[in-house]
Design a protein around this ligand. Sequence first.
Ligand SMILES: [Zn+2]
Length: 278
Amino acid sequence: MLVNMKKIVEDAAKSNYAVPGFNVFGYEDAAAIVAAAEELDCPVILMTNRDAVAHMPFDILGGVLRGVAENAKVPVCVHLDHGKTFEEAVKAIKAGYTSVMYDGSQLPLEENIKNTKEIVRMAHAVGVTVEAEIGSVGYNDPSIEAKAVYTEPEEAKKFAEETGVDALAVAIGTLHRMETQAAKIQYDRLDKIQELTNVPIVIHGSTGITDDDLQKLAKYRVAKINIGTALRMVFGYKLRETIEANPKEFDRIKFFKEPMEAVRKAAKEKMILLGLGK
Ligand SMILES: [Zn+2]
């Protein structure tokens, strides 16, 4: 069942669970993740990042993910991760995405607010939800230039009120692309943000978060937790193992079988960790 993000994040914000937003790169990981969500009978968010849409055009990737979502027995949202412009948001929506993120986090606050408002107005007119970012979650990857800035709770309040976003990504100590669980979460900052606003909260860069912290965060007004690197590692490492173990095999469909199964298992574990499937 294809849905936007509204009900998913509103329900999750009120409850003791968070819904994972998984970065996917094609049919294989998307189908494996949806299979895990169906087993636990819970909603899930499929997201595409800049690498994914650079590899496969919006309309093709959007079509694939939309198809996977429409065939699913559980609510599935197809979400654009880290869109940078109004034009990208329009392209994604035309391609069938039901939700978009606008990332103006590197801009001055007023400019981020102004741009986000325009996208919210356009997207809401066609039933598409919007996530934006305040403060800036940095990257554990020297090739990506982005300054990391913690979210100021007062700014989060102002931003949420003025833009009308459906979900707000905040920077409270995580980094994108961490391969080890070494992030230090600033719970006092998160408490303060929650005190000042009602907006469902999104955490990016979760691969660096310990399992204990993931469980703890799910109980806050955190509604969506983005998971990218963790499953990319599972898929990539299992694919390499399969190829090395079968030197005479050349059929990619056979190569994908075990990585898909590994992604299904890993996605299910993350969902259970975030309080889903009860
Ligand atoms: Zn992110």
